[in-house]
Design a protein around this ligand. Structure first.
Ligand code: ADP
Length: 455
């Protein structure tokens, strides 16, 4: 970097409107509390905004927001947007479905519109990184809602498809790249051309992000968003961010109150019948995801459901990338309404008509439970989550009880009983009771077989 002379650029675009400027610190505290309890760390964070006009975005963006019925900022947007607009590095933590994507898109557009137009072969100005191809496609879609009216070009870059096409697309020029880190690293190797990149947005960051950061100018603006903030990510944040503000909404991620949660202590050989019973009840009402722990279980259950005359698809890391695309499409457009999936494959899926999630295999840590249940109850719709737990899985009961409690759901007495007898037994054996890993704040864990998905 020392050898390169970077064009100077402007980062701070934020002008506080008088209505906010005259608010006292006490009034700001009350406002933050009203916005689901926004917690802010770091010096000099702007006050939260109350409406879109207060963030100082363009008319074209305002009308796009209106067109898509985004009436007012969600809590994470209200606080993160003015902070990013004012040029700050930021860590944003808020549960899935809380609107993190737009929280970084709007300041990003403001920033890009301030730059001179790209010349031939130059690009991109902003890079958005996200761990899976599905999230990359989802963010690209959200991004295009605004880039079209602004005449900006977005390219989505991910593994599993031909790299040469994606390079060709990039060479034609794009202000914004949405990418998975693995493929981005390959692209950097293939084309160490003239990067104009000034802003980087990481959605659910992972360790690979570091390799890409080293290729971006040191005075860049960097923003990280995630649903959880595990310790490993803290270390990463310290290395790539400079004097960040930290914005957290709603403490640790919890299942949204629009999801009605049921947990059943059940024998392994009773599960399938119970599942059919539940499906009979909900299938007419919307789409359904059934979560299993392993690829082979996904395929096994798929066969059983087909035999029971439930048309169904399965989604997991062992499925060819192209097929995964069409599976997700069919599921989104309602062509098929029943899907068996592993957690990682369904990470970040946003499907409005999803009415029901069934945890056919019990999630093995807090975050996984919250993530799976959070696929339903999106954007204010009501959803249902059923979880099967066997006696052999008693060690996971503690995390599930915690998740129920934190989201204000009743804890079934049989579940409480299961956890109690597990604890008593451990104590009798003189062993310590560790709640599973997620409890101590560890984030999403990749299963070995599924790790490839993140690339
Ligand atoms: P996250 O990244 O936090 O999981 P998303 O950014 O995917 O959440 O947003 C979840 C859903 O909410 C999306 O369907 C999105 O279009 C919608 N959404 C985002 N912001 C708003 C808003 N201000 N008002 C209404 N809906 C919104």
């Amino acid at each position: 970097h020392q050898k390169i002379e970077y064009e100077p650029y402007r980062k701070d675009f934020y002008v506080e409107v008088p209505e906010l400027a005259k608010m006292s610190p006490e009034e700001v505290n009350v406002l933050r509390l009203d916005l689901e309890g926004i917690a802010v760390k770091g010096k000099g964070c702007p006050k939260p905004i109350k409406s879109w006009v207060q963030c100082g975005t363009s008319m074209k963006i305002l009308s796009a927001l209106k067109r898509h019925s985004y009436e007012k900022p969600t809590p994470i947007q209200a606080q993160a947007i003015p902070a990013i607009m004012s040029g700050r590095d930021l860590i944003g933590i808020a549960k899935t479905g809380s609107g993190k994507t737009i929280a970084f898109l709007l300041p990003m557009y403001r920033h890009i519109m301030d730059q001179r137009p790209l010349e031939e072969g130059e690009g991109p100005i902003a890079v958005i990184m996200t761990p899976t191809r599905e999230l990359a496609l989802q963010i690209t879609k959200e991004c295009k809602k605004f880039s079209k009216p602004l005449n900006l070009r977005v390219v989505c870059v991910y593994g599993g498809t031909g790299i040469s096409e994606q390079i060709a697309e990039l060479k034609r020029g794009a202000e914004i790249i949405v990418c998975t880190p693995g493929r981005m690293i390959d692209m950097l190797g293939a084309n160490s051309g003239d990067s104009k990149c000034k802003t980087v947005f990481c959605d659910a960051p992972c360790a690979q992000v570091m390799r890409i950061m080293d290729n971006v100018r040191p005075d860049r603006q960097t923003v990280m968003f995630s649903a959880t903030f595990p310790r490993a990510m803290e270390a990463l944040a310290r290395r790539i961010l400079s004097k960040p503000v930290e914005v957290q909404v709603g403490g640790r991620s919890v299942v949204c109150s629009d999801v009605e949660q049921h947990v059943m202590v059940i024998e392994e050989d009773q599960k399938f019948l119970k599942l059919l019973e539940i499906l009979g009840h909900y299938q007419e009402k919307g789409s359904v995801i059934i979560f299993v722990d392993k690829q082979e279980h996904a395929d096994g259950l798929l066969k059983d459901l087909m035999k029971a005359s439930y048309p169904c698809m399965s989604l997991h890391g062992g499925i060819d990338q192209y097929d995964r695309d069409s599976i997700i499409n069919d599921f989104k457009n309602g062509a098929c309404r029943l899907m068996v999936a592993t957690s990682v494959a369904a990470r970040g899926l946003d499907i409005k008509q999803l009415i029901l999630v069934v945890n056919y295999n019990c999630p093995n840590h807090y975050e996984d439970y919250v993530h799976r249940a959070g696929r339903t109850g999106r954007a204010g719709n009501k959803g249902f989550a059923y979880t099967f737990i066997t006696e052999e899985q008693a060690r996971y009961a503690g995390d599930i009880i915690k998740a129920l409690e934190l989201s204000g759901s009743p804890v079934p007495s049989e579940l409480e009983q299961l956890w109690l007898s597990f604890k008593n037994q451990r104590q009798a054996e003189g062993k310590s009771i560790k709640s599973s890993s997620g409890f101590s704040g560890k984030g999403f864990k990749f299963d070995e077989t599924e790790h490839a998905l993140a690339n």
